[in-house]
Design a protein around this ligand. Structure first.
Ligand SMILES: [Zn+2]
Length: 180
């Protein structure tokens, strides 16, 4: 489950990692975020507050959470969050989603099982990026996903690697339907 959460725009010192946090993921990569020398800190100050900013505070946190498919105790548990200045386009979000799925496969799946679906709201950047990751192939005809869905005429059967599909967000589908 993926959603954006509004943030107070400011930087902080994360003591456990000795890192500056709170900057946008789109533009902070070139900078040394470790609080180990004053020159690096001043470069970040100039990048954020200078006349021509090249880096920004995060305006929104992209929160990634995971939850089990079952009737009880299905709460979402956050597994990651990252700040965006909202300049990101679909390909940037697709890279974040792809990395998250790969990391889960390596570190989460052995203990908690595979990811089956990825759900998010109507955010156009999320939708654009997710289509690049989760609408790239059709499942093998012998897969359990294909066996369950192949009889549904007219249903788009595209999915991502490991048969992960985009999960519909019922509330937003109803909202869109009621507007149109
Ligand atoms: Zn930025």
């Amino acid at each position: 489950m993926i959603d954006g959460v509004h943030l107070a725009q400011r930087a902080c010192w994360h003591r456990p990692t000795n890192q500056i946090i709170g900057l946008c993921r789109e533009h902070s990569e070139p900078f040394n975020l470790a609080m180990d020398d004053m020159d690096s800190v001043l470069k970040i100050v100039e990048a954020v507050h200078g006349d021509s900013p090249t880096c920004h505070y995060g305006r929104e946190a992209t929160v990634l959470a995971i939850g089990p498919y079952r009737e009880t105790h299905y709460h979402g548990v956050p597994i990651g969050q990252t700040q965006t200045c909202k300049s990101e386009k679909g390909p940037g979000f697709a890279a974040l989603l792809k990395m998250t799925l790969e990391e889960w496969k390596t570190h989460g799946e052995p203990h908690s099982g595979p990811i089956l679906t990825v759900s998010f709201d109507g955010d156009p950047v999320f939708r654009d990026g997710a289509f690049d990751v989760l609408m790239i192939r059709t499942p093998d005809k012998s897969s359990s996903l294909s066996l369950k869905l192949s009889g549904c005429q007219g249903l788009n059967l595209e999915c991502g690697e490991d048969d992960i599909v985009i999960g519909p967000d019922g509330k937003h589908i109803v909202k869109r339907a009621s507007i149109s």
